[in-house]
Write a protein that binds this ligand. Structure first.
Ligand SMILES: [Zn+2]
Ligand SMILES: [Zn+2]
Length: 361
């Protein structure tokens, strides 16, 4: 049986959180594990509003270090710590500099956690660094870190080139592998690509019928390892009635970006491709200037990656769910703009939207 895979959007707004849209955060549920992607200000409140349990979060991925994706992290870690004396460690992944942010914010606020954590930082490629970086942010991979008392030593991940593009391998064990790819934004920004292993074959009703059986209690017997005799005396076991194995599910979660072509090959055939669409198509110039995308751009990137379904998120707070004035642009209008390019398999996210990523049939 494939594990349950669910995506929940906790916050779908860009920049500051408002009562209408919370700041960026997405949770991927995989079996009993919760993995969080970005943790904007107020995310812990959004977790409380949802049916998700903060204490179940085992991994946190930060796409980039802008506040609307990061400012909720230290508070969330403290909330996780209050959850039933949980002791399971948390791994936190994100761009170089993330460890410093966590150490300083937890350290200065004298916050102790009841679990261990470690930070795995992605070293951006040189072309991801912008001129302003050195002025505003003084970090280097050669700094000698002083770890927080609850912190285990993490590591810095460098890219390797795969099919001509940089790829950061973050998790290559377990049933769900994670790699990261580069985006183009005002500061280094990453997309995370989650690829599930091949799914085991399930019992095929057609094959069962070929032996003259109908689905029913017999399936449980076969699964329990019994062999069943056909009326003609042929002995049938589970392996005789299994269908094909299926490729596992693939989910792509992109950080802020105005150019996502570099992930097209590693994101290829994603079942779910989540991309920002901060501003409407007519504001493309402003969007790109600020390192963001329009629905049309997001749809084009998803098409390049042959994605099966596109979700848009990270909307400017100017867009409401429904228009009060006739000419006001709404989030649904953003969806229409993307659908004009991508077709119907595309939707806009909203805070607290949850959907299941189903295994292929
Ligand atoms: Zn943002
Ligand atoms: Zn940003």
């Amino acid at each position: 049986m494939a594990r349950l895979m669910e995506v929940t959007f906790l916050g779908t707004g860009s920049a500051n959180p408002t009562p209408n849209k919370a700041a960026s955060s997405i949770v991927l549920r995989y079996g009993d594990d919760l993995w969080m992607f970005d943790c904007g200000e107020g995310t812990q409140t959004q977790v409380m509003k949802s049916s998700l349990k903060a204490g179940k979060i085992t991994k946190i991925f930060i796409t980039h270090l802008h506040g609307d994706h990061l400012y909720g992290l230290s508070g969330l870690l403290c909330t996780i710590s209050q959850s039933n004396q949980r002791t399971e460690p948390v791994s936190i992944y994100g761009p170089l500099g993330l460890a410093k942010f966590i150490r300083v914010s937890l350290g200065l606020s004298r916050s102790e956690l009841c679990f261990r954590f470690k930070v795995i930082e992605l070293q951006p490629t040189d072309d991801m660094l912008k001129i302003d970086d050195a002025r505003l942010c003084n970090i280097s991979s050669t700094d000698t870190p002083v770890l927080h008392p609850c912190e285990d030593e993490g590591r810095i991940v460098h890219h390797t080139m795969v099919e001509g593009v940089p790829v950061w391998t973050l998790l290559d064990t377990g049933p769900l592998k994670v790699r990261a790819g580069k985006l183009d934004h005002r500061i280094p920004s990453f997309a995370f690509i989650m690829q599930e292993d091949m799914l085991p074959a399930t019992l095929s009703v057609e094959k069962l019928r070929e032996f003259g059986f109908e689905p029913g209690p017999i399936c449980a017997k076969l699964r329990a390892g019994e062999s069943i005799k056909t009326p003609t005396g042929v002995s049938v076991t589970l392996s005789d009635v299994l269908g094909c194995t299926h490729p596992g599910r693939k989910v792509v979660i992109c950080g802020d970006s105005c150019e996502s072509s570099a992930i097209a090959s590693i994101a290829k055939d994603a079942d779910i491709y989540i991309h920002e669409a901060t501003l409407q198509n007519s504001l493309r110039e402003t969007a790109v200037e600020r390192g963001h995308s329009t629905p049309q751009m997001a749809a084009q990137f998803a098409l390049q990656a042959c994605a099966r379904f596109l979700y848009l998120t990270h909307f400017s707070q100017r867009y409401t769910e429904s228009s009060r004035k006739k000419k006001e642009f709404t989030v649904k209008d953003l969806q229409k703009e993307a659908q004009q390019v991508f077709g119907p398999n595309c939707a806009v996210a909203q805070d607290m939207l949850t959907f299941t990523v189903k295994p292929p049939k």
